[in-house]
Design a protein around this ligand. Structure first.
Ligand code: SF4
Ligand code: SF4
Length: 168
């Protein structure tokens, strides 16, 4: 009798549980330290821009909108379409405002779904008082004048000493 190949294996596997993942029906448990979708906490951010400096693909941008004379709104945007999930921004953020989560499912036909962003309000630096600036300028001028005077005095003294030496 001719042997039918793999029948034994086929019959055995019929009663076994599948070894493949049942994605997307059941979520996959990602390994520890998996670097997935970015989570940004705008409440912790101070808008220092360090994350922008360390992001090699240029996936992070900062937008500043002046709200009034004393406040500005800062919006940080992370483009997951350009992100390489290197974790550099999270590593360098001094306020721990960025986290790369275990979320791996990032599928969409809308590119806006790949933008993670958050806004916060920051106080504008105080405007310098023109009177203070004028006083500082006058002081600097005075200092430069005094320096020049001292230099000229030193020069004259050196000249005098030289002629004295020559007349000896
Ligand atoms: S997310 Fe962190 S590194 Fe980036 S601007 Fe905010 S505080 Fe600075
Ligand atoms: S994980 Fe890397 S590539 Fe992605 S935004 Fe942060 S620094 Fe840029």
């Amino acid at each position: 009798m001719a042997k039918i190949p793999y029948v034994k294996h086929a019959l055995k596997n019929l009663f076994k549980a599948p070894i493949t993942e049942k994605y997307p029906k059941s979520p996959i448990k990602m390994p520890e330290k998996y670097r997935g979708k970015i989570n940004f906490d705008a409440e912790k951010c101070i808008g220092c821009g360090m994350c922008i400096r360390v992001c090699s693909p240029g996936a992070i941008s900062k937008n500043i909108k002046k709200l009034n004379d004393t406040e500005q709104e800062i919006t940080m945007s992370f483009n997951l379409g350009s992100c390489t999930f290197c974790n550099m921004c999270a590593d360098f953020c001094p306020k721990k405002a960025i986290e790369l989560t275990k979320e791996y499912s990032m599928v969409s036909t809308d590119k806006d779904d790949f933008i993670v962003k958050g806004s916060f309000t920051k106080k504008l630096p105080p405007k310098p008082d023109p009177k203070v600036i004028a006083a500082m300028k006058a002081k600097a001028k005075e200092k430069a004048k005094a320096k020049e005077k001292a230099k000229a005095k030193e020069k004259a003294k050196a000249k005098e000493n030289k002629s004295k030496e020559e007349n000896k």
